[in-house]
Write a protein that binds this ligand. Structure first.
Ligand code: XIL
Length: 318
């Protein structure tokens, strides 16, 4: 079972995202999530995002976020918390207004204080800042960047530390796995936060990858080590490896298994890599086909909740 194997191999956890909408309707799906030997950590797929937790100014709601937090509590699993400051799934009262620095800073601080306060003592880690860099290595445009320039990075991390001094505070992004311009810019982001005297404890590699296009185990480890050299831990936080076209051939399923083994193996190779989280564990519930047209089957279990070749590859590398 993946979490038990991962712990024996030196990681803190092997975990999965939880699709809130399926937790009450799909007992078979839940039985695997509730198996702590398989998944020692859970993260809400959507329930803790700004649009869920503060849909209108000053009005906080934790119903969706609590679904996954309560699963973790009941099963004695670790909880990753996701996410506080992000340009997406951000309500329009934040994204569409024109702000002064002072007013938007107060909005960020109120949001962070309330949401982290609600989950105090429950989160192993928080994705404080999500996806602030473009694939081409520029800072990502958002209401935050337009208002503060890069000063909002440190504002978010400082507010997070004040609200919850214990959780590991993460920067989280995708396509950091390729060691390209985006990886370098994220490296710069960590340095900016550190230079501002704000606390940052981790960098999350989302790892939304493509079958056959996944970097080798050693290049993946190189990318992880660039960040651990800055004194932060790293983790794979949203791992999925999609087939670009479906149905996948037997050869493509084997390549997928190999790619998964390289990702998990690279975490084992790097001292500061603490764990791996898959972005849902089953092809039955995945954002991939909803987002990348024609692509899919990116996970460890198939639509019938049967283990795939990728599951076997991960279990043998652990
Ligand atoms: C995705 C969810 O999986 C979808 O259900 C939702 O519609 C959109 O967001 N990066 C992240 C995650 O940090 O929060 C995103 O999750 C996937 C990309």
């Amino acid at each position: 079972q993946l979490h038990d194997l991962a712990v024996r191999a030196g990681l803190k956890y092997f975990g999965t995202a939880v699709r809130e909408g399926s937790t009450s309707s799909d007992a078979a799906y839940m039985a695997i999530i509730n198996n702590k030997s398989e998944f020692g950590s859970v993260v809400p797929e959507n329930g803790q995002k700004w649009e869920s937790t503060e849909p209108s100014r000053g009005s906080f709601s934790y119903t969706q976020g609590d679904i996954t937090a309560n699963i973790a509590k009941k099963n004695g699993q670790s909880l990753r918390c996701h996410t506080l400051v992000w340009h997406s799934q951000l309500p329009s009262w934040v994204s569409s207004a024109t702000w002064t620095r002072a007013n938007l800073q107060a909005v960020i601080e109120t949001h962070v204080t309330n949401v982290m306060g609600h989950y105090l003592g429950q989160c192993y880690a928080w994705d404080v800042l999500n996806e602030a860099v473009n694939d081409d290595g520029a800072w990502r445009d958002s209401v935050f960047l337009r208002t503060f320039g890069t000063d909002y990075f440190a504002i978010a991390f400082a507010a997070a530390k004040k609200a919850d001094p214990v959780s590991k505070l993460y920067y989280n992004d995708y396509n950091l796995e390729y060691n390209g311009a985006k990886t370098s810019k994220a490296f710069e982001l960590v340095q900016i936060v550190q230079a501002a005297g704000a606390p940052i404890n981790g960098v999350g590699f989302q790892a939304h990858l493509i079958v056959g296009g996944t970097p080798s185990r050693s290049s993946l480890a190189t990318a992880l080590r660039r960040f651990t050299a800055l004194g932060v831990e790293v983790a794979y936080t949203e791992l999925d490896i999609r087939h670009s076209s479906l149905p996948a051939s037997a050869a493509a399923l084997a390549t997928q298994g190999n790619d998964f083994a390289n990702v998990v193996g690279s975490c084992l190779d790097v001292a500061g890599c603490v764990g791996v989280t898959v972005w849902s564990y089953t092809d039955k519930y995945s954002w991939v086909p909803e987002t990348f047209s024609g692509a899919g089957d990116a996970l460890l279990y198939d639509k019938n909740l049967a283990k795939k070749a990728a599951w076997t590859s991960v279990s043998s590398v652990l």
